[in-house]
Design a protein around this ligand. Structure first.
Ligand code: NDP
Ligand code: 8X3
Length: 250
C-alpha cells in the first residue's frame, strides 16, 4: 500500500482566479492542507486580501491569463522559494456577455471567453509544467463545468470553452501517464459565486435572479473540498474527473 502523504508538506500551489469564488475557497483549502499558495488574479487588492488571510502561506500574484507578457513577468517575479510549483489549479474563468444566442453576442466577449477559459489555461499550464516534469512531481487541476458535457441554448462559447477544457484535460493526463505528473478535471454544476455578476456585469439584478431562481446552489467551499480531495490522494491514484452537483439537481 502506498502511504506517501500528499500533498507533500509545504508544497507550493498556484491557483488562478483566486480573487473570488471557487479560487479563493480553493486557496484556503490548500493552505489548510499545509500548502503554500500563490493566489493569482487581475485585481490586485483582491488577491492581496485572499493571500493575507492565509498568513505566511499565501503569496499574491497579479496576472492576466489572457496576456502572455503578464504571465511571464508574474512567474519571473516569484521569489526563489515560491517557484517550485507542484499544484496548479486552473480555475480562472469567465462567461462575460454569455447566455445569449450566438449571433446576438458581442464577438469581443465571445473571443475573450475563449482566451480566458481555454488559451489562458493552456498558457499557464505550458509555463508551469516543465518544472513539474523536471522534478517528476506535479498535479494539475482544471476547473471544467457540467457545461463541458451538457450544452444548452445560449452556451455556444462558454460550453464550447469547457468542452475544450475537458478534451485538453483528458489528453494531458495521457501525455504524462506513468510519470509523477497527474491531471484532474473537476466539473461543477451551479455554484453561487460572482460568476453570473461578471456575465451580466451591467445587470446585477439579473445575476441575482439567476441564482435565486435556481434554488439551492453549491458553495465555493464544496468545490474547494473536491480539489483538496483530489490532490490528497497517494501517488498511485489519480482522480481523473469529478462531477459535482447541488443535491437538488442531482
Ligand atoms: P468568479 O467570477 O467568482 O471567479 C472567477 C475568477 O477568475 C476571478 O477570481 C477572476 O479574477 C478570475 N479571472 C477571470 N478572468 C481572468 C483573467 N483574464 N486573468 C486572471 N484571472 C481571471 O467565478 P467562479 O468562482 O464561479 O469561477 C471559477 C471557475 O469555475 C471558472 O472557470 C468557471 O467557469 C468555473 N465554474 C463555475 C461554475 C459556477 O456555477 N459558478 C460552475 C462550473 C464551473 P480577476 O477578475 O481578479 O482577474
Ligand atoms: C456553469 C456556470 O452559470 O453557466 O459552469 O451555470 S453557469
Amino acid at each position: 500500500m502506498n502511504v506517501a502523504r500528499m500533498p507533500r508538506p509545504d508544497s507550493v500551489a498556484l491557483v488562478t482566479g483566486a480573487s473570488s469564488g471557487i479560487g479563493a475557497a480553493t486557496a484556503q483549502a490548500l493552505a489548510g492542507l499545509g500548502c503554500r499558495v500563490i493566489c493569482a488574479g487581475r485585481r490586485s487588492e483582491r488577491v492581496q486580501a485572499v493571500a493575507e488571510k492565509l498568513g505566511g502561506k499565501g503569496f499574491p500574484l497579479v496576472l492576466d491569463v489572457t496576456d502572455p507578457d503578464s504571465i511571464a513577468k508574474a512567474l519571473a517575479s516569484l521569489p526563489a522559494d515560491w517557484r517550485d510549483i507542484t499544484i496548479l489549479v486552473n480555475n480562472a474563468g469567465t462567461d462575460k456577455g454569455g447566455r445569449e444566442r450566438f449571433d446576438k453576442g458581442n464577438i469581443d466577449d465571445w473571443v475573450g471567453t475563449i482566451e480566458t477559459n481555454v488559451t489562458g489555461l493552456i498558457r499557464i499550464t505550458h509555463a508551469v509544467i516543465p518544472g513539474m516534469i523536471e522534478r517528476d512531481l506535479g498535479h494539475i487541476v482544471n476547473i471544467g463545468s457540467i457545461s463541458g458535457f451538457t450544452p444548452y441554448a445560449g452556451g455556444t462559447i462558454y460550453a464550447g470553452s469547457k468542452y475544450a477544457v475537458h478534451g485538453f484535460s483528458e489528453s494531458l493526463r495521457k501525455d504524462y501517464r506513468g510519470t509523477g505528473v497527474r491531471v484532474t478535471e473537476i466539473l461543477p454544476g451551479l455554484v453561487r459565486t460572482e460568476f453570473a455578476f461578471q456575465r451580466w456585469e451591467d445587470d446585477p439584478e439579473k445575476a441575482q435572479k439567476f441564482y435565486d431562481d435556481f434554488g439551492e446552489c453549491l458553495d465555493p467551499e464544496d468545490i474547494a473540498n473536491t480539489v483538496a480531495y483530489a490532490v490528497s490522494q497517494p501517488p498511485n491514484v489519480v482522480i481523473s474527473q469529478l462531477v459535482v452537483l447541488p443535491s437538488a439537481a442531482g
